[in-house]
Design a protein around this ligand. Structure first.
Ligand SMILES: [Zn+2]
Length: 106
């Protein structure tokens, strides 16, 4: 496990992420799950993202925008070291996820 990945995983856990019971499909490593995104602590892969991209085509255009936003926010969160800003980003992620849920219900 690389130091960087271990730090990121620890950060995710501190922010309410949970450990996944299923191991990574690529390397059988331990994964943490946060906001619907699983991160492998061993190889750093985030399986499942590709699926979202291929599904986008026949979905609501707003959903595409929200998915894109979610991706941007998670990248932002990854880079952000300031704890207060992390919380702010997580709040935005939460709002986006709620919005995505609302669209799904229709
Ligand atoms: Zn892995």
């Amino acid at each position: 496990m690389s130091e960087e990945l271990r730090k990121e995983a620890a950060k995710m856990l501190l922010n309410g992420a949970t450990l996944l019971s299923e191991p990574c499909p690529y390397c059988k490593g331990v994964r943490v799950m946060k906001e619907g995104q699983a991160l492998c602590t061993k190889c750093g892969r985030k399986p499942g993202k590709k699926k979202i991209v291929t599904e986008e085509k026949r979905e609501n255009p707003l959903k595409q925008t929200l998915d894109k936003k979610l991706e941007d926010l998670s990248k932002e969160l990854e880079k952000e070291m300031d704890h207060d800003k992390q919380q702010a980003i997580l709040k935005s992620i939460n709002s986006v996820l709620e919005m995505i849920d609302k669209i799904k219900e229709k």
